[in-house]
Design a protein around this ligand. Structure first.
Ligand code: SAH
Length: 391
């Protein structure tokens, strides 16, 4: 029994190291969210041989088990120990919406009790899963409805990777003819991934790990509103792809749209990205996201300024026509205006794509992901007052 309680203590110590500042009510370690390295450390503490890591990971991530007793090539002693102190727990799927264009959105309950959203966008030759990293967001970008919801908490790494595990399982039934339904993952759902760094990285590691979800590093994209210290930390941590939400060609305008720009202005942001891209080598580029808003940042002079700003910056540009939501105060530019903006950039030598709006009928488009967030910043209340002119 002594060894049992010692082990329990050490597992719980590891758990507190692994959970960071995330809300979690369960006293058990959720093995679903442990990267290969983290699981290795845990198993070593439990006196297990290194080869156990691959066995356990395959059961969890390839064979989708929920019960430890199903791990038939793992000793009974370890299975019983896991039963005692560990768990494999995904977020609970509360509802599924299917768009006329095939886009799917799931509402999932996080441990905080609030609901988060995950979106799957099928295309002929690939399937992109857009996952959430936080419940709500603190950054308050002016054109984003998630931002308007305020912030509640970080997701655990199990909740982040759980979205991938659930989608892969449910989609295997929808697309039996596809070898893999989820070929790409973008951290572009609710939240700012860099502000939940350790949990996000553990989940990203699992996405790219062959013992996890085996998705290529070029097809896992972390998107940030510009949290520069996060990008700097990323350089030492991962080789996943990076996207930045630029949305404006100068600091004056960007600070009004993306308030974090006041802390980390454009020059600082681009500099950090350059270092990230250089460190990856291999001609890797950064994706520059630019949400086009009518008469705000979609004028010919903005295109010109953007093209000058990004000279020599290793990037491709992804234009996102603004997705409207009630009370936003912004409008989507016409298709002609989007095309004209794109052409101006293409003419100056950039690789530019326009993100087609998908899943609009089920509110699954960029910036429309709101879930149901119990806001701890009380921003929603403030926003309602402003939107109704009462403040
Ligand atoms: N916090 C991360 C991920 C957010 S969402 C980030 O900021 O990058 C992914 C993209 O959708 C971001 O570029 C975001 O700025 C953009 N977006 C947010 N609201 C939008 C809206 N209403 N219409 C179009 N794009 C939006």
């Amino acid at each position: 029994m002594l060894i049992f309680s010692l082990t329990t203590k050490s597992v719980l110590d590891s758990k507190s190291k692994l959970m960071n500042d995330t809300l979690t009510k369960s006293p058990k370690v959720n093995l679903l969210g442990l990267s290969q390295k983290q699981l290795g450390t845990l198993l070593e503490e439990l006196g297990e041989k290194p080869y156990r890591v691959a066995q356990v990971m395959k059961w969890i991530h390839h064979r989708n088990i929920d019960e430890f007793q199903e791990m038939s090539d793992v000793s009974k002693k370890l299975r019983d120990l896991f039963d005692d102190m560990a768990e494999i727990r995904e977020p609970e799927v509360v509802s599924e919406f299917v768009s006329v264009d095939g886009t799917r959105k799931w509402l999932m309950r996080s441990e905080s009790g609030s609901l988060i959203e995950t979106v799957f966008i099928p295309e002929d030759d690939r399937g992109t899963l857009c996952v959430s990293s936080q419940v709500g967001c603190v950054l308050d970008c002016k054109f984003c409805s998630t931002g308007k919801q305020g912030f509640n908490s970080n997701l655990t790494s199990a909740e982040i990777i759980g979205q991938v595990r659930i989608a892969r399982r449910l989609l295997a039934e929808v697309y039996p003819e596809r070898k893999r339904a989820v070929t790409n993952v973008v951290l572009m759902g609710m939240g700012e991934p860099m502000l939940n760094f350790d949990n996000m990285i553990a989940a990203v590691d699992l996405m790219m790990d062959d013992l996890g979800y085996g998705i290529s590093k070029r097809k896992v994209t972390i998107s940030t509103a510009g949290v520069v210290p996060g990008i700097n930390k990323l350089i030492e941590t991962t080789d996943a792809s990076l996207a930045i939400s630029l949305h404006a060609p100068n600091d004056e305008l960007r600070s009004t749209l993306v308030p974090i720009n006041k802390k980390y202005p454009i020059a600082m942001l681009l500099e950090a990205c350059k270092r990230y891209a250089a460190n990856l080598g291999d001609k890797r580029t950064i994706t520059v996201e630019y949400t086009l808003m009518h008469k705000v940042n979609d004028q010919p002079e903005h295109a010109k300024e953007l093209s000058e700003l990004l000279k020599g910056f290793p990037c491709k540009i992804n234009l996102i026509p603004f997705n409207p939501f009630e009370g936003s105060g912004f409008k989507r530019p016409s298709t002609m205006a989007v095309k004209a903006f794109k052409e101006r950039l293409v003419k100056t030598g950039y690789n530019v794509t326009v993100r087609t709006t998908r899943g609009e009928d089920i509110n699954a488009a960029c910036g429309q992901l709101v879930g149901v967030v119990e806001d701890k910043t009380r921003r929603q209340e403030k926003y309602k007052l402003i939107a109704t002119g009462a403040a």
